[in-house]
Design a protein around this ligand. Sequence first.
Ligand code: GAP
Length: 455
Amino acid sequence: MAEKEMENIISLAKRRGFVFQGSDIYGGMAGMYDFGPYGVELLNNLKRAWWKEHVQRREDFVGLDSSIFKDPRVWEASGHTSGFSDPLSECKNCNTRIRVDKELEKIGVAADEKMSEEEINALFEEHKDKIKCPSCGKKDFSLARAFNLLVKTNMGNFAGEDAEVVYLPGEASQGIYLNFKNIVDSTRAKVPFGIAQIGKAFRNEISPRNFLFRTRELEQADTQYFVRPNENKEKYEEIKRDRFNWYVKMGIREENLRWKQHDNLVFYASDAWDIEYNFPSYGFDELEGIHDRTDYDLSQHSKFSGVDLSYVDPQTGEKYIPWILETSVGLGRMFLAFLSDAYTEDEIGGEKRTVLKLSKELAPIKVAVFPLLKNKPDLVAKAREVFDMLKEDMMCEFDDNGNIGKRYRRQDEIGTPHCVTIDFDTLEDDTVTVRDRDTGEQERVKITELVNHLR
Ligand code: GAP
């Protein structure tokens, strides 16, 4: 099998309508991507599978969808207005900006994003002679400055200075903390329990890169699990295990996943691990973060809002601020990991092909229906009848364009698990040919049994 290259995966994503560059016709906007017709199906299937795992199947979880805009004090309480930043330096020759921590990493010097400006500049000074400007190749840089990642905008119908400054969410999870009390007061949720949410986040990433890996607009699938203080350790291990196993269950090869523990923790976290995925061409990098956040979030919001977010145990009357165990993954990164893992170049019947070996649950189109010949009205009418029957149950596609071989190749490239062909025998005995994407094997199935067979 040819080695997987990200370039080929990106090319397939565009060619087959999975992902387009944002604002493409205006030359493209850095760090923005649009999900095309098959992309939005795959994205929705990933969200549905994640939601099923964390809400539908779980008695100790509830779901949430909180608003994008929040009181600006939320981002002060969370620490984002002061601490959510990247260290940037500018090339004195051509004004290109570089992320100093990432450039240091590239030459094997560990720099932590939580380092102070002084600390990072001391490291930068020491290694400056090994760092070249990616645009002009010179080695003359300004001092590094912290660059805040929050995206600011204005709210209200006032011009200029009267307009209220508001922030787009730097992370989706804050909406969960703000609604902890609402959920406890309005549902039967009792600690320990979790809240799950899929929400948008925006970051002024200085160097959006690697396709969907680092974007400026992202969607995060988050769970926040509330536990009694100091009852975090065992649950944390269980949550970590469950998240890792979910990827394997959904079809990611286990050898492409690994754990990485954070060396430098933010001051409030008691432990933090990443699940890393082996992205083609890029190598292992963070896919999902799993963080043991102590009582920081609810304590901060109690302090800044003036509302006591303590929990009172209904059985014992004990009062405490719950500790939080968080899982957070960007859906774009998740999408890229699943697309990469499924991307396969192989040979079938002596012919080379590209195939997306996505699980049936994730495949954008579940079945494609073909009349054998386009110019035989009886075959086309029968194929339409089968298509109309199947589309009530699953995402289907009708295709009568080109020879059958070409139609199979096209469906292989978008990962369709089954193709159903209506031929002359169908008109005699009401059976169709069902072809399997992975093996290419075909079998005859009665139309009356088709829905059950495909399920
Ligand atoms: N609430 C915790 C939080 O936001 P994070 O480690 O900054 O933590 C969590 O982000 C996840 O969100 C990451 O593991 C990654 O999957 C995704 N993510 C973060 N920044 C991203 C970006 N610029 N582009 C795409 N995904 C991103």
